[in-house]
Design a protein around this ligand. Structure first.
Ligand SMILES: [Zn+2]
Length: 458
């Protein structure tokens, strides 16, 4: 019941967020749709109606105010009409975005970015190629689909300060059922990449603590949350000059003979043909390995529940709960584990923040027993983002478990619906794996901790 109310609250929030910002022509569109639905009943008629509705789409357009600032408006138009406008308008004046509406199908898209200054070792184009190899492998694994290079549209709006590309993957006759499913799929791609995609250094947040820059992926996961505005080809952001244009690779490679109009239409992620097969991801995600018995996770959750009272007045204090301490560990081994666990706080906060696209801080550390596993409860706006549902929970928080023997970490969740969920195990940084390399000093992990060996697989 609570769950349902939460969801409704969220939906309402999303609606008011998308309508309050500006003039909005969504209303007449919805009204027309429901009136039409009432009068059509025969199948053929309904089908024609569906096509008619789909012919008019909602876009977000940034317009320049007198003061020079930009504000967002919404407009409804057909793709051909928008193309005619685009053909006759200079790209520097085009600030159009598709509105990816909640629960609607969309083609697989990626927002890729990193800061070259922080990543002199990263070859962006080569990394896009590696990403697409992993995407192809997961498309085959999950859906038995083959990714042909001709299906891939790559748009670039990089500047010297930022590598920035959009990918649209146009799988013939297929689309994702919604961008929540898409986010799950992309999370699987990253998790299954064996850290080959986690090679990008991100900007340190102010006050982010020590530990040096951490490695992440160049894939922005925030774009799979609901009601996103997705910049269209030929467009730049209001007040900026970097226009999204085809790179001349993949679908637009020399000799491919793809027209400007085709690039425009095929890079629209909401431009899904009415009878496309819609791709879903299983819910909840299958977990890796046979060791998901929940023993360690349950211990972790229990330790967290008991530890949450220790919050300091600033709300960001990290405490060390040792209630579940493993009797197999010697006191100095516990001290070493504790030191590593505290050192990993900035890493955990970084990955939590990156996944959520909003700040998340560690609140409590809890030793879980079972070898060298430590749970991190989280706080902050980004602490609700859960990979299981591909979006933030309204009130429940996620938590992370790091395995300092296995050199991996995973996301779990306090939401009752996610009780049996944990994400794939992801690698910790090399600096945080000292315990693993010096594992000879520790007793062998108890059988309940043997999940670590299976954990490195997605
Ligand atoms: Zn969850």
């Amino acid at each position: 019941m609570q769950q349902q109310e939460d969801q409704e609250g969220e939906a309402q929030q999303a609606v008011s967020a998308s309508t309050s910002s500006s003039i909005c022509s969504l209303q007449p569109l919805e009204a027309a749709a429901s009136t039409a639905a009432a009068v059509k009943s025969v199948a053929a008629g309904a089908e024609a109606e569906e096509r008619r509705q789909e012919a008019v789409r909602t876009f977000c357009v940034e317009r320049r105010a007198r003061g020079g600032t930009y504000y967002r408006t919404f407009t409804a138009a057909s793709y051909p009409a928008v193309w005619q406008l685009f053909r006759h308008t200079a790209p520097k004046d085009l600030h159009w975005y598709e509105v990816i509406r909640e629960g609607r199908p969309a083609h697989l898209y990626f927002d890729l970015e990193f800061v070259p200054r922080l990543n002199p070792q990263v070859d962006g184009e080569a990394l896009v190629d590696v990403l697409l190899q992993h995407v192809a492998a997961q498309l085959r694994r999950h859906f038995d689909l083959i990714l042909d290079p001709r299906f891939v549209y790559e748009l670039d709006s990089s500047t010297p300060n930022k590598f920035s590309r959009h990918l649209t993957l146009r799988l013939p006759g297929h689309a994702f059922s919604n961008n929540h499913a898409m986010g799950k799929f992309v999370a699987q791609v990253l998790a299954a990449s064996d850290s080959k995609l986690l090679v990008v250094r991100k900007e340190q947040e102010p006050g982010g603590g020590g530990g040096g820059p951490q490695l992440g992926s160049m894939v922005d996961m925030a774009v799979y949350s609901k009601n996103r505005h997705w910049r269209m080809s030929r467009c730049c952001k209001g007040g900026k000059e970097a226009v999204l244009h085809p790179t001349g690779r993949y679908a637009t490679a020399p000799g491919a003979g793809v027209s400007d109009a085709t690039v425009f239409l095929d890079t629209l992620v909401c431009n899904v043909e009415p009878h496309a097969r819609l791709l879903q991801m299983p819910d909840p995600l299958p977990t890796a390995g046979p060791n998901n018995r929940g023993g360690v996770g349950m211990l972790g959750a229990a330790a967290l529940q008991s530890g949450i009272g220790g919050l300091g007045s600033c709300g960001l204090q990290v405490t060390w709960k040792q209630g579940a301490i493993d009797t197999a560990l010697l006191p100095d081994q516990v001290a070493e584990l504790r030191r590593l666990a505290e050192e990993a706080v900035s890493f955990i906060e970084k990955v939590a923040t990156q996944r959520a696209g909003a700040p998340a801080r560690a609140r409590t550390l809890a030793f879980c027993g079972g070898g060298a596993k430590v749970a991190y409860s989280m706080i902050g706006p980004g602490s609700h983002y859960c990979e299981n549902i591909g979006r933030p929970h309204t009130s429940n928080h996620v938590f992370f478990v790091a395995d300092f023997l296995g050199g991996t970490y995973t996301q779990k969740c306090h939401d009752p619906d996610c009780a049996h969920f944990r994400s794939a195990w992801m690698p910790l940084t090399a600096e945080l794996c000292r315990l693993a390399t010096g594992a000879a000093a520790l007793p062998p992990p108890s059988p309940s901790a043997s999940g670590r060996s299976a954990g490195t697989r997605g």
